[in-house]
Ligand binder design. Sequence first.
Ligand code: TRP
Ligand code: SF4
Length: 399
Amino acid sequence: MAIERVISGMRPTGNLHLGHFNGVLKNWINLQHEFECLFFVADWHALTTHYDSPEIIEENVWEMVVDWIAAGVDPATATIFIQSKVPEHAELHTLLSMITPLGWLERVPTYKDQQEKLSSKDLSTYGFLGYPLLQSADILIYKATQVPVGEDQIPHIEFTREIARRFNHLYGKETGFVEKAEEAIKKLGSKKSSLYMEMKTAYQENGDQEALDSAQVLIEEHQGLSLGDKERLLGFLEGGGKMILVEPEYKLAPASKMIGLDGQKMSKSYNNTIALRESPESVEKKIKTMPTDPARIRRNDPGNPNHCPVWQLHQVYSSDEVKAWVETGCKEAKIGCIECKQPVIDAINKELKPIQERAFHYIEDPDLVKNIVAEGCEKAKKLARETMREVREAMGLNY
Ligand code: TRP
Ligand code: SF4
């Protein structure tokens, strides 16, 4: 579609670390320059797994927003808000729950996976089963077209697409739809309306995706169509009823090679992280105590970087020159492991320094962040309210 809108959320369940920064935040920061972006704190989603320790969420909401901004998410460009401050998400979640088959939720792979992984918690709750549907509401309420997520979240986006399709199928068929669509086509003017019809035929008869895309652009960019007519024309293109909810696409973050201190993926649950707020001394200590190639017992034992997690960090943080120095130095036992780790320590501290300085500025003055979030919530609410008006109307609830 012509106008891209990006949405993503993060659960406030702990300190942000370099895994978040390299995997998620850098991606958000790039997207904000290209698209309209909404980023939010998914505090309700955090409650699905942390209902017995809400204090963890409370502590992390503001810290997380500070870290986002300190890392480079720009509140002047992106809309930053908190899920629970826009209760329309919950209303849409309730309405969508009416049309969500239980089997669809039970089949989402994260449902069983997470229950097994977090087996110390009782996750046989209504809220946890509904996790993907709440996520669908988060996305659909903004008619977002793109959702940057990690690979594990793909089933949730696919689920969201199915829910949107089902909703449009059930509620997009107003009486007299075809007549109304035909009236709307006339409003495009004679030139554009024949173009629209040509592209519609090209898509419906030959599956011409480009024709569909161009027709969508044509409608989006045409001035003076009411929202209802826009939806009719978009829906009519694809043969169905009104397209009230928009099927989003996922945008996979570029694969992040960020490994943790033990060589596994960096994750809070493995206790192998470097926090964005980690002090330089602590970074140094953590890297210096990282395991290396077990074959290098003594300084003059040759090693193999491919067997060493420090090498993975060099992949993220070092120039080709430094990497070449590590490769020969390690294989020919010309450098010691402590020596080899120093450029990584320096690079991480260099990356963290400006982030920490900015974070400090916001910690000193909490009102700054509160105001940014209040403004973001207002903007989000405006968009959410608009969609809810249409959803209520489509479901016959506009009394
Ligand atoms: N489930 C996402 C995660 O764990 C967080 C999330 C909640 C989200 N709502 C969202 C992400 C909407 C993208 C869009 O990472
Ligand atoms: Fe790892 Fe570097 Fe030591 Fe080689 S020299 S084992 S790459 S830390």
